[in-house]
Design a protein around this ligand. Structure first.
Ligand code: GRF
Length: 201
């Protein structure tokens, strides 16, 4: 399967996928064909460059409207004919056009146990709430914010001494493993989305 991975920051989830492909090019069942971002100058794009991958940057401020940006992102992504789009730390909400083109094939990873703590500050919000357990969720993207059908989740304990950075790092350790496992499985086995359920054959 052909993967386009979208990033906005350090790209360690992207790197986990790249490492999994490199470790087992045949067996993993997918390869990254391009990396897209909503901003330039981020480590995620440097990781793509080091892997010799094509990259593209779609910045909201370069477009007259949010819809124009969404269409440009969809066009740039479509140029690589992905089977799956993986939003790995991509910090923008894709819109109608993008979902019209790739709906049901866009996977997102979120650093909280959805439906708890959706949005851009899931780690901070769980900590502030005083939750004792949090974790990560890999889900399909729908037209909401972090509301699509859940594919897999992994839980970790929150420690009294945790601050946002420490907790997020511990979440990312399990998140990267979960994302690689899910992406490989979707690519190798195929899947069906039935309402809010993701069914594997
Ligand atoms: C991940 O925890 C992702 O869930 C969240 O931001 C982080 C991105 O990390 N949205 P990286 O860019 O993959 O290192």
């Amino acid at each position: 399967a052909r993967l386009v991975v979208l990033v906005s920051g350090s790209g360690t989830n992207l790197q986990a996928i790249l490492d999994a492909v490199a470790a087992d090019p045949e067996g993993f069942g997918a390869r990254v064909v391009a990396v897209g971002a909503d901003r330039s100058g981020i480590a995620g794009l440097e990781r793509a460059d080091r892997a010799g991958l094509p990259t593209f940057v779609c910045r909201v401020k370069d477009h007259a409207s949010r819809d124009d940006w969404d269409r440009a992102l969809a066009d740039a992504t479509a140029a690589y004919a992905p089977d799956l789009v993986v939003s790995a730390g991509f910090m923008k909400i894709v819109g109608k056009e993008f979902l019209a083109r790739f709906g049901g094939r866009v996977v997102n990873t979120h650093p909280a146990l959805l439906p708890s703590f959706p949005g851009a500050h899931g780690v901070r919000d769980a900590l502030a709430y005083g939750a004792k357990v949090t974790g990560c969720t890999v889900h399909f993207v729908d037209d909401g914010v972090d509301t699509g059908p859940i594919i897999a989740q992994r839980a970790i304990g929150i420690r009294d001494a945790d601050d946002e950075a420490a907790l997020h790092e511990r979440i990312k350790d399990v998140e990267r493993a979960l994302l690689v496992e899910v992406v490989g499985r979707l690519a190798r086995n195929g899947y069906r989305i039935e309402g809010r359920k993701v069914v594997f054959p």
